[in-house]
Each structure stands twice: as C-alpha cells, then as structure tokens.
Design a protein around this ligand. Structure first.
Ligand code: TYD
Length: 211
C-alpha cells in the first residue's frame, strides 16, 4: 500500500465471560488467525493495557474498596486505555483484540455487585460514546463448571475469582441479557466444549462477522 493511501480503520474485537470460562487462552489463536490474513493485530486487556491501567488492575484485583470506587476505577483505566492504546491502533488500521471491555462492567459491577446500570450507561457515554466493539465473543458456561476450573488452579485467586458461585451466576445472566439485547454485536460461544471445538467456533464467528 502506498504512503498516501489511508488504511481502513481497524476492527475492535472483545472477549468476555465469567471467570474460569477460558477466554484468555483463546485470544492468541484469534490474533494468529487475523494476522494470517495480513492484518496487524494488537492484543490487550482490561482492566489494564497501559502502565497506569496495570497499576489500577493490581488495586482492583487485590485491594478492598467501595463498590462504586471499583466501578469508577474500571472506567478510569478504560479512559486511559482508549486514549493511549485502543484508539491510536484502530486509527492506524490495526485490529485490537481486547480481553474484556465495558460489557464486563455491566456484568460484574451491575449484575454481580448490584449497582445501577443506568449510571454505567452515563459513564459509557462519557468515556466511549463514539466507540463500541465491532464484535464481542461471549464465552458462556455454567458457573458451577467455571468454579471447578478455578478451584483446580494452583495460584492465588483474585477478589473476583474468590466470589461465591451465586455472584458468578448473576454475572453470567447479566452477560446473557446483554447478548440478547445486542445479538448482532455479541456472539455467544459455548465454552463448555473441548478446546478444539471452541477454537473452531471462534474462527467461524470471526470469519463470518469481521474477516
Ligand atoms: P481477567 O483479566 O479476565 O482475569 P484473569 O486474568 O484472572 O483471567 O479479568 C480480571 C477481573 O476483573 C475479572 O474477574 C473481571 C473483573 N472486571 C470487572 O469486574 N469489571 C470490568 O469492567 C472489567 C474489565 C473486569
């Protein structure tokens, strides 16, 4: 492509799901598929993705705080992430694959914690009123299975992972409600399958919707 030709804006793809749904392990495969089509891809995560965002992530995952502080810090980290990483990449024509975005705030802070989602609609409008993911892959599976997967991991669980099974079931239901309200954008992937079958669903969904 010549220097004067402008590349089309990149696609913004997010991965979502309850803790233990296994989404993170499939992000590299999805990025490889997109790269295989000759496109640049940046993979990143929330909360996090910038030096400040990663510092906020540490606090969010391990420090006790007021529930509204938690929600506001998620959006503060997101603001920084959009400004420094996501928007510049999309402008350059790169794809961005992000492990969680605002659907997670609706699912966890509203569905799980019980905060009023009307407040999040206002924050969302403020922080990224002009931008929504082009595609969201929602990894869905019963919270009982996700909890068993988490319990089998030999590492310290964070504040969210330590929540009771009912919390995770509320998060799951909130995710599914959002998927039902935006079926064009949010595609549900059955995460209760063998890894190869999940990989195939992801590939089909990306190819059908974005590639
Ligand atoms: P994640 O990176 O998926 O965790 P892990 O590295 O353990 O796979 O997400 C970190 C946690 O942050 C996860 O439990 C969900 C939570 N979270 C929210 O509660 N709200 C949000 O807006 C976001 C982005 C994440």
């Amino acid at each position: 492509m010549s220097q004067t030709e402008t590349r089309p804006r990149g696609k913004f793809v997010t991965f979502e799901g309850i803790d233990g749904a296994g989404k993170s392990s499939h992000i590299a495969g999805a990025a490889a598929l997109v790269r295989g089509r000759g496109l640049n891809v940046l993979t990143t995560r929330e909360p996090g993705g910038t030096p400040l965002g990663e510092t906020l992530r540490e606090l969010l995952l391990h420090e006790t705080m007021h529930l509204e502080t938690e929600a506001l810090l998620m959006f503060a980290a997101r603001r920084e992430h959009l400004e420094r990483v996501i928007e510049p990449a999309l402008e350059r024509g790169d794809w961005v694959i992000c492990d969680r975005f605002s659907d997670a705030t609706y699912a966890y802070q509203s569905g799980g914690r019980g905060l009023d989602r009307v407040k999040f609609a206002q924050l969302e409008q403020w922080v990224h009123g002009h931008l929504q993911p082009d595609l969201t892959l929602l990894f869905d599976l019963p919270s009982s299975i996700a909890s068993r997967r988490l319990a089998a991991q030999a590492r310290r669980l964070d504040r969210f992972e330590q929540e009771r099974a009912e919390f995770h079931e509320c998060v799951r239901l909130a995710y599914l409600e959002r998927a039902a309200a935006a079926p064009q954008r949010i595609r549900v992937i059955n995460a209760d399958q063998a890894p190869e079958a999940i990989k195939k669903s992801i590939q089909e969904t990306l190819v059908t919707n974005c590639l």
